[in-house]
Design a protein around this ligand. Structure first.
Ligand SMILES: NC(=O)N[C@@H](CC(=O)O)C(=O)O
Ligand SMILES: [Zn+2]
Ligand SMILES: [Zn+2]
Length: 431
């Protein structure tokens, strides 16, 4: 039952980076030291690789119950493991939505039985995510939701949002908001700008995000609730969050790998795999988002893994579903475009992809003696070409298909168990 991860570069998530071995016994990290030798342990050779705290995705759509043709808890968590994630928080826009304790229990029980990584359900703010009636928050919290969100269905009524936040504060529940003023985004399908004008698609202006974000900041300030902003995409949003943090508002924010790396120019050939909310923005926005990460305005990188079927995307751009399948490319996209380009380092990546999201969700993360062995081993230098057909996810909707990226996940270890091993048959590894 013992495992040794040998000779890797260990970034523990608490500030240190050392060459060391890690001994795992019954799912717990027992020692981090040079040259650990134990005769009966399974040995993983991590020479030339980084050994990191398992990634935590605080924004995943697992689609079950109700949309099993897009993804299931099984396939979604297999994709998560392949992406180096040991925990995912799943959004409630299922059918039925996760708006009562019975659905929370259902998701938890399927995750227990079929899930490959840990699943933390996020409950809905309103019944049916209809933006009318508030869910029974105490029951949702008791059943185990880590946060509440009506992601994808922004609550347009400020009065209702204020009541939601007031209750949320009472039950100490994290509120996650998808900021979109529908009167501004309208029928838009991509970023509003030069490209949308050139190719004749309706635009979503940056104000659609910022107006709603400003409202939510004001309400979070007056209610005192903990507010987390989902998938921010604009320079203006970074400025608003920075200012809110300076004023002491309890606010955190995430950004997706695609919004950090691709611009609306990727939409030029009408590839519906580039269609998501928020839309791909501009180079100026990307620069501001990266600065936002570096100065602590943005806390986390979250995938917003939104798998869709081929049919959902094989239609004209206007009619295609919003969303990108992101779990299996997140690490290599961030490594290629940010770490290898020197904009952030591997320690920062660990902070944004594991430590900070874990802290926001109130779970533990990091490599230390006594901690649960949730670990990912990566090779940051190996190159590969993204092939959507090799995804574990049912969602093949990626704008990164065919792109050459650097960095691969070698092993994902959840509670001391190998849940993903690249190019190896998992059955063959006895733990
Ligand atoms: N991001 C998306 O474009 N789509 C998400 C919903 C959401 O996150 O708003 C989905 O559920 O498909
Ligand atoms: Zn959203
Ligand atoms: Zn989402």
């Amino acid at each position: 039952m013992r495992m040794i991860i040998k000779n890797g570069t260990v970034i523990d998530g608490f500030g240190s980076e050392v060459k060391a071995d890690i001994l795992i016994d019954y799912g717990i990290i027992k020692a981090i030291d040079k040259n650990i030798e134990i005769s009966d342990a399974v040995v993983i050779d991590a020479t030339g690789k980084y050994v990191l705290p398992g990634f935590v995705d605080m924004h995943t759509h697992l689609r079950q119950p109700g949309f099993e043709e897009k993804e299931t808890i099984k396939t979604g968590t297999e994709a998560a493991a392949a992406g180096g994630y040991t925990t995912v928080a799943c959004m409630p826009n299922t059918n039925p939505p996760i708006d009562n304790e019975i659905v929370v229990e259902y998701v938890k029980s399927i995750a227990q039985r079929e899930g490959v990584v840990k699943v933390l359900p996020i409950g809905a703010m309103t019944k049916g995510m209809k933006g009318e009636e508030i869910t029974e928050m105490a029951k949702l919290k008791k059943a185990g939701t880590v946060a509440l969100s009506d992601d994808g269905f922004p609550i347009m009524s400020a009065g209702l949002m204020k009541r939601i936040m007031t209750y949320g504060k009472m039950y100490d529940l994290l509120m996650i908001t998808h900021c979109e003023d529908k009167t501004l985004s309208g029928e838009g399908v991509m970023n509003s700008g030069v490209i949308s004008t050139m190719i004749g698609l309706k635009g979503i202006p940056h104000e659609a995000e910022e107006v709603m974000l400003a409202r939510n900041i004001i309400l979070a300030k007056s209610t005192g609730v903990r507010l987390h902003i989902a998938h921010i995409s604009t320079k203006g949003s970074v400025e608003l969050i920075k200012e809110a943090k300076e004023k002491g508002v309890k606010i955190t924010a995430e950004v997706t790998p695609h919004n950090l790396t691709l611009t609306d120019e990727a939409v030029y050939n009408y590839d519906t795999n580039t269609k998501a909310y928020p839309p791909l923005r501009t180079r100026e926005d990307i620069e501001a988002l990266i600065e936002g990460l570096k100065d602590g305005t943005i806390d986390a990188i979250a995938t917003d893994h939104a798998p869709h079927t081929k049919d959902d995307k094989k239609v004209p751009y206007d009619m295609a579903a919003f969303g990108i399948s992101g779990l299996e490319t997140a690490f290599s996209v961030i490594n290629t475009f940010l770490v290898q380009k020197g904009k952030i380092n591997m320690k920062d990546l660990v902070k944004y992809m594991s430590i900070n999201p874990a802290n926001i969700l109130g779970i533990s993360s990091g490599i230390k003696v006594g901690a649960t062995a949730d670990i990912v081993i990566v090779d940051p230098y190996e190159e590969y070409v993204v092939d959507k057909d090799k995804f574990k996810s049912k969602g093949k909707n990626t704008p990164f298909h065919g792109m050459k990226l650097k960095g691969v996940v070698e092993y994902t270890i959840v509670e001391g168990q190998i849940k993903y091993a690249r190019d190896r048959k998992i059955e063959k590894i006895e733990v």
